[in-house]
Design a protein around this ligand. Structure first.
Ligand code: HPA
Ligand code: MG
Length: 219
Protein backbone atom coordinates (compact mmCIF):
# COMPACT_ATOMS: atom_id res chain seq x y z
CA UNK A 1 0.00 0.00 0.00
CA UNK A 2 1.29 3.46 -0.91
CA UNK A 3 0.26 4.81 2.47
CA UNK A 4 2.34 2.14 4.17
CA UNK A 5 5.52 2.90 2.25
CA UNK A 6 5.25 6.59 3.16
CA UNK A 7 5.14 5.64 6.79
CA UNK A 8 7.93 3.13 6.31
CA UNK A 9 10.21 5.80 4.99
CA UNK A 10 9.35 7.98 7.93
CA UNK A 11 9.83 5.41 10.68
CA UNK A 12 13.17 4.18 9.37
CA UNK A 13 12.61 0.74 10.84
CA UNK A 14 12.34 -2.65 9.17
CA UNK A 15 8.80 -2.77 7.85
CA UNK A 16 6.61 -5.75 8.66
CA UNK A 17 3.57 -5.49 6.42
CA UNK A 18 -0.03 -6.04 7.46
CA UNK A 19 -0.30 -9.18 5.32
CA UNK A 20 2.81 -10.79 6.88
CA UNK A 21 1.47 -13.96 8.56
CA UNK A 22 4.52 -14.29 10.84
CA UNK A 23 6.57 -17.43 11.40
CA UNK A 24 4.95 -20.60 12.68
CA UNK A 25 5.77 -21.21 16.33
CA UNK A 26 6.78 -24.74 15.38
CA UNK A 27 9.89 -23.32 13.71
CA UNK A 28 11.29 -21.90 16.97
CA UNK A 29 11.91 -22.76 20.56
CA UNK A 30 9.69 -21.01 23.08
CA UNK A 31 8.54 -21.77 26.63
CA UNK A 32 6.17 -24.76 26.69
CA UNK A 33 3.95 -22.98 29.24
CA UNK A 34 2.89 -20.56 26.47
CA UNK A 35 1.81 -23.30 24.10
CA UNK A 36 -1.56 -22.28 22.61
CA UNK A 37 -1.24 -18.70 23.88
CA UNK A 38 0.45 -17.31 20.77
CA UNK A 39 -0.56 -16.98 17.11
CA UNK A 40 2.86 -16.53 15.49
CA UNK A 41 6.38 -15.19 15.85
CA UNK A 42 6.44 -11.74 14.32
CA UNK A 43 10.10 -10.87 15.05
CA UNK A 44 12.50 -13.68 16.03
CA UNK A 45 15.00 -12.97 18.80
CA UNK A 46 18.03 -13.18 16.53
CA UNK A 47 16.61 -10.55 14.20
CA UNK A 48 15.92 -8.27 17.16
CA UNK A 49 19.54 -8.62 18.24
CA UNK A 50 20.92 -7.91 14.77
CA UNK A 51 18.75 -4.84 14.35
CA UNK A 52 19.70 -3.61 17.84
CA UNK A 53 23.36 -3.87 16.94
CA UNK A 54 22.80 -1.64 13.93
CA UNK A 55 20.80 0.89 15.98
CA UNK A 56 23.69 1.01 18.46
CA UNK A 57 26.04 1.86 15.60
CA UNK A 58 23.73 4.60 14.34
CA UNK A 59 23.53 6.06 17.86
CA UNK A 60 27.30 6.01 18.20
CA UNK A 61 27.70 7.71 14.83
CA UNK A 62 25.26 10.44 15.85
CA UNK A 63 26.19 10.92 19.50
CA UNK A 64 29.60 9.40 19.93
CA UNK A 65 31.25 12.63 21.09
CA UNK A 66 28.68 13.30 23.79
CA UNK A 67 28.34 12.06 27.31
CA UNK A 68 25.25 9.81 27.10
CA UNK A 69 22.61 9.40 29.78
CA UNK A 70 20.30 6.51 28.99
CA UNK A 71 16.80 6.65 30.37
CA UNK A 72 15.30 3.18 30.27
CA UNK A 73 11.53 3.02 30.31
CA UNK A 74 10.36 0.13 32.44
CA UNK A 75 9.05 -2.39 32.36
CA UNK A 76 8.63 -3.23 28.67
CA UNK A 77 11.79 -1.44 27.60
CA UNK A 78 14.20 -3.28 29.89
CA UNK A 79 15.35 -5.96 27.48
CA UNK A 80 15.81 -3.63 24.53
CA UNK A 81 17.59 -1.12 26.75
CA UNK A 82 19.90 -3.76 28.22
CA UNK A 83 20.79 -5.15 24.80
CA UNK A 84 21.19 -1.70 23.25
CA UNK A 85 23.44 -0.49 26.08
CA UNK A 86 25.44 -3.67 25.74
CA UNK A 87 25.99 -3.11 22.01
CA UNK A 88 26.90 0.57 22.57
CA UNK A 89 29.41 -0.54 25.22
CA UNK A 90 31.10 -2.92 22.80
CA UNK A 91 31.26 -0.29 20.05
CA UNK A 92 32.52 2.33 22.46
CA UNK A 93 35.23 0.02 23.78
CA UNK A 94 36.40 -0.67 20.23
CA UNK A 95 36.50 2.99 19.24
CA UNK A 96 38.73 5.86 20.27
CA UNK A 97 35.74 7.87 21.50
CA UNK A 98 35.13 6.02 24.72
CA UNK A 99 32.94 8.09 27.04
CA UNK A 100 31.07 7.29 30.23
CA UNK A 101 27.46 6.25 29.85
CA UNK A 102 25.01 6.42 32.73
CA UNK A 103 21.77 4.47 32.89
CA UNK A 104 18.64 5.57 34.74
CA UNK A 105 15.25 3.95 34.96
CA UNK A 106 11.75 5.26 35.01
CA UNK A 107 8.54 3.35 34.99
CA UNK A 108 5.40 3.90 32.96
CA UNK A 109 2.13 2.07 33.21
CA UNK A 110 -0.91 2.64 31.05
CA UNK A 111 -2.11 -0.78 29.88
CA UNK A 112 -4.66 -3.12 31.41
CA UNK A 113 -5.19 -6.35 29.45
CA UNK A 114 -4.56 -5.17 25.87
CA UNK A 115 -6.16 -1.75 26.27
CA UNK A 116 -4.49 1.58 26.88
CA UNK A 117 -5.93 3.29 29.95
CA UNK A 118 -6.30 7.04 30.28
CA UNK A 119 -4.17 7.44 33.36
CA UNK A 120 -0.51 7.18 32.52
CA UNK A 121 1.65 6.75 35.59
CA UNK A 122 5.23 7.96 35.50
CA UNK A 123 7.10 6.52 38.46
CA UNK A 124 10.65 7.34 39.49
CA UNK A 125 10.75 10.44 37.30
CA UNK A 126 10.18 13.14 39.90
CA UNK A 127 13.69 14.50 39.62
CA UNK A 128 15.40 14.17 36.27
CA UNK A 129 17.73 17.12 36.91
CA UNK A 130 20.68 14.84 36.15
CA UNK A 131 19.60 15.18 32.52
CA UNK A 132 20.39 18.88 32.33
CA UNK A 133 23.13 19.46 29.78
CA UNK A 134 23.26 15.79 28.97
CA UNK A 135 22.12 13.70 26.09
CA UNK A 136 19.18 11.47 26.83
CA UNK A 137 18.04 8.39 25.03
CA UNK A 138 14.63 7.16 25.88
CA UNK A 139 13.22 3.84 24.80
CA UNK A 140 9.48 3.60 24.85
CA UNK A 141 6.39 2.98 22.78
CA UNK A 142 3.01 4.55 22.69
CA UNK A 143 3.51 6.72 25.72
CA UNK A 144 6.36 8.66 24.13
CA UNK A 145 4.68 12.04 23.83
CA UNK A 146 3.81 12.36 27.52
CA UNK A 147 7.22 11.20 28.53
CA UNK A 148 9.05 13.49 26.14
CA UNK A 149 7.23 16.50 27.54
CA UNK A 150 8.30 15.45 31.01
CA UNK A 151 11.94 14.93 30.00
CA UNK A 152 12.15 18.17 27.99
CA UNK A 153 11.31 20.16 31.13
CA UNK A 154 14.74 19.22 32.49
CA UNK A 155 16.40 20.78 29.43
CA UNK A 156 18.83 18.12 28.21
CA UNK A 157 21.21 19.33 25.48
CA UNK A 158 19.78 16.74 23.15
CA UNK A 159 17.09 14.10 23.38
CA UNK A 160 17.06 11.08 21.12
CA UNK A 161 14.42 8.40 21.34
CA UNK A 162 15.09 4.78 20.47
CA UNK A 163 12.06 2.52 20.13
CA UNK A 164 12.25 -1.11 19.16
CA UNK A 165 8.73 -1.17 17.75
CA UNK A 166 6.49 1.33 16.06
CA UNK A 167 2.94 0.19 15.43
CA UNK A 168 1.09 1.40 12.37
CA UNK A 169 -1.70 3.15 14.22
CA UNK A 170 -2.85 6.66 13.26
CA UNK A 171 -1.77 8.38 16.48
CA UNK A 172 1.83 7.17 16.15
CA UNK A 173 2.59 9.10 12.96
CA UNK A 174 2.91 12.46 14.71
CA UNK A 175 5.66 11.44 17.08
CA UNK A 176 8.15 8.85 15.89
CA UNK A 177 11.33 7.73 17.66
CA UNK A 178 14.63 8.86 16.16
CA UNK A 179 15.74 5.23 15.99
CA UNK A 180 13.22 2.52 15.17
CA UNK A 181 13.79 -1.22 15.15
CA UNK A 182 10.66 -2.48 13.41
CA UNK A 183 7.47 -1.01 12.11
CA UNK A 184 4.72 -3.55 12.78
CA UNK A 185 1.00 -4.00 12.09
CA UNK A 186 -1.47 -2.98 14.77
CA UNK A 187 -1.42 -6.28 16.71
CA UNK A 188 -0.98 -6.69 20.44
CA UNK A 189 2.45 -8.26 20.68
CA UNK A 190 4.28 -9.88 23.58
CA UNK A 191 7.73 -11.16 24.36
CA UNK A 192 11.19 -9.61 24.64
CA UNK A 193 9.97 -7.93 27.88
CA UNK A 194 6.63 -6.84 26.43
CA UNK A 195 3.82 -8.20 28.56
CA UNK A 196 0.16 -8.98 28.72
CA UNK A 197 -0.75 -8.46 32.38
CA UNK A 198 2.88 -9.21 33.34
CA UNK A 199 3.01 -12.53 31.45
CA UNK A 200 5.16 -13.26 28.39
CA UNK A 201 8.15 -11.14 29.44
CA UNK A 202 10.01 -14.46 29.66
CA UNK A 203 9.59 -15.08 25.93
CA UNK A 204 12.57 -14.23 23.69
CA UNK A 205 10.77 -13.64 20.40
CA UNK A 206 8.22 -10.95 19.72
CA UNK A 207 4.95 -12.80 19.11
CA UNK A 208 1.31 -12.06 18.45
CA UNK A 209 -0.80 -13.21 21.39
CA UNK A 210 -3.75 -15.49 20.56
CA UNK A 211 -7.33 -14.93 21.65
CA UNK A 212 -7.08 -17.91 24.01
CA UNK A 213 -3.86 -16.44 25.44
CA UNK A 214 -5.72 -13.20 26.15
CA UNK A 215 -8.52 -15.10 27.85
CA UNK A 216 -6.16 -17.21 29.92
CA UNK A 217 -4.29 -14.24 31.40
CA UNK A 218 -7.11 -11.70 31.54
CA UNK A 219 -7.69 -9.88 34.83
N1 HPA B 1 2.26 -5.31 23.74
C1 HPA B 1 2.59 -5.09 25.02
N2 HPA B 1 2.52 -3.87 25.58
C2 HPA B 1 2.09 -2.86 24.81
C3 HPA B 1 1.73 -3.04 23.47
C4 HPA B 1 1.80 -4.33 22.91
O1 HPA B 1 1.48 -4.59 21.72
N3 HPA B 1 1.34 -1.83 22.98
C5 HPA B 1 1.49 -0.96 24.00
N4 HPA B 1 1.93 -1.55 25.11
MG1 MG C 1 2.80 -3.65 29.74
Amino acid sequence: MADESVRARRSGGIVINDDWPGYSLDLFNYPAHYSGDLDCVIVPHGVIMDRTERIARNIMDDLGDHDIVVLCVLKGGYQFCADLVDRIKVLSRNSNRSLPMRVHFIRLKSYLNDQSTEDLHILGAEDLSFLTEKVAIVGTGKTMQTLLKHVEAFRPKMIKVAGLLVKRVPQNSACLPDYVGFEIPNHFVVGYALDYNEYFRDLNHICVISESGKMKYKI
